[in-house]
Design a binder for this molecule. Structure first.
Ligand SMILES: *Cc1c(COP(=O)(O)O)cnc(C)c1O
Length: 437
């Protein structure tokens, strides 16, 4: 058991809007009956979260991996404010505006190959659904019936809506209790090494003529357990798809915008997917926005005099001007500030610190790539106590499944990073010793 120090400076000055027992806000991935109350927060600046009672936490999560420039970066805040004052929203049907046009062009320039055609929406899950719809209709538009299914991977995660749940790990994933309500898909293991490669090709061949696309997260499978795979595995998927004319959808929602060390994980593998999905850090963690970006090959299959061949999709808030302005501002910062060098510095710090945990009981492995560090345990016992102990230590880390994941904002200073890592290591060590010994 973790015991909190009795003299911990918890000032219980709760704000008047906060009722720790309130059930009005239904919380994410949470058993509402047993969960400890959420912590009321007042503001966030840089890498620091400021709680209502005055405590400050260094953020090791970037708010579900979004806040790559830290919180309240003045350039993004300024651009959002400017945009909201001029044109906060307008429908994208029949109208267009500079933030969306500029963003789509910049994403075309930035993304690999001829991923030149961005379809905007508001959440990552929906962008994956759109990518799926593009893939299915790609075949229909080419006159090929029957290609309705997707090959996706063990430990994968692609969202919480029904079609995206069907792509997640169906046996071990978080949605397994709903598996009977999902569309049926085809499961495969990541083709890592010759044996798994042969099995992967056998899966593709066994379902010949029924597959619309292969869907994968590149290099790191995120919410499904932060499993890493090699550049070669990703390249093998691309080649196996090319050999059979299949589409490859790469979900860069977590990995996109520098997290694994290059702007996109696909850049490291030097592959070009047929559709790439982006969200999370797209707006630097400020406003909700996502995109499914297609190659010309996919886009052109919809290009026709036949109305029936168009993409029937149009989220109400698609291309929201304020969100697009935020994304443009975020891209400005990737140009004007040394983000990828900062990622490399974070990676170097992980390499110095994380191996010091190798002797703790219950550890499976520590691993890291770019600004993404993972402490994988046999299990996370006493999870609420572990989370509370991180808060006591002044760090904001949200372990889940069997992993403690570190994904700080790229702007974290050397001192802040050291405080974060020392805090995480001290807490993890004493927690592991108390629950595994
Ligand atoms: C978070 C995530 C999603 C879902 O995005 P939402 O915005 O939460 O719908 C999909 N795919 C990957 C790889 C993700 O990390």
């Amino acid at each position: 058991m973790i015991t909190t120090t009795p003299d911990a400076p918890v000032k219980l000055s709760e704000p008047d809007w906060f009722d720790p027992k309130s059930r009005h806000v239904w919380r994410p991935y949470t058993q509402m009956k047993t969960t400890p109350p959420s912590l009321p927060i007042e503001s966030a600046q840089g890498v620091t979260l400021k709680l209502s009672d005055g405590r400050e936490l260094i953020c090791g999560v970037s708010s579900w991996w979004t806040a790559c420039h830290g919180y309240s970066h003045p350039h993004i805040v300024g651009e959002i404010q400017r945009q909201v004052g001029t044109l906060s929203h307008v429908m994208l049907g029949g109208l267009t505006h500079e933030p969306a046009e500029r963003l789509a062009r910049r994403l075309a320039d930035l993304s690999p190959g001829d991923l030149n055609h961005a379809f905007f929406c508001e959440s990552g899950s929906v962008s994956v659904e759109i990518a799926m719809k593009m893939a299915i209709q790609y075949w229909l538009n080419k006159g090929e019936q029957g290609r309705q299914r997707f090959v996706s991977f063990t430990n994968g995660y692609h969202g919480d809506t029904f079609a995206t749940m069907s792509l997640c790990d169906r046996q071990g994933g978080m949605h397994k209790h709903l598996v009977d309500s999902m569309p049926e898909q085809i499961n495969a293991d990541i083709p890592e090494g010759p044996e798994a490669q042969a099995r992967f090709e056998a899966v593709l061949d066994a379902h010949e003529g029924t597959i619309a696309a292969v869907v994968t997260e590149p290099l790191v499978q995120g919410a499904g357990g932060m499993k890493f795979h090699s550049v070669e595995a990703l390249q093998f998927m691309r080649k196996a798809c090319d050999d059979r004319g299949l589409l490859l959808i790469v979900d860069e929602i977590m990995t996109g915008f520098g997290r694994t060390g290059t702007m996109f994980a696909c850049d490291r593998a030097e592959i070009v997917p047929d559709v790439m999905t982006l969200s999370k850090a797209l707006t630097g963690g400020t406003l909700p926005l996502a995109a499914a970006i297609a190659t010309t090959r996919v886009f052109d299959s919809f290009w026709s005099d036949d109305d029936g061949k168009c993409l029937m999709h149009g989220p109400t808030y698609m291309g929201n001007p304020a969100a697009c302005a935020a994304a443009n501002a975020s891209l400005d910062l990737f140009e004007s500030e040394p983000r990828l060098q900062q990622v490399a510095a974070i990676e170097a710090a992980f390499a110095r610190y994380l191996p010091t945990l190798e002797d703790i009981p219950g550890l499976v492995e520590v691993r890291w790539t770019g600004a993404l560090g993972v402490i994988e345990m046999e299990s996370l016992k006493e999870l609420d106590a572990l989370k509370a102990a991180f808060v006591e230590a002044g760090v904001w880390v949200r372990p889940y499944s069997n992993v403690i994941v570190l994904m700080p904002p790229f702007v974290i200073s050397e001192d802040e990073l050291e405080t974060l890592l020392r805090g995480v290591i001290t807490v993890t060590r004493s927690w592991a010793q108390s629950v595994f010994d």
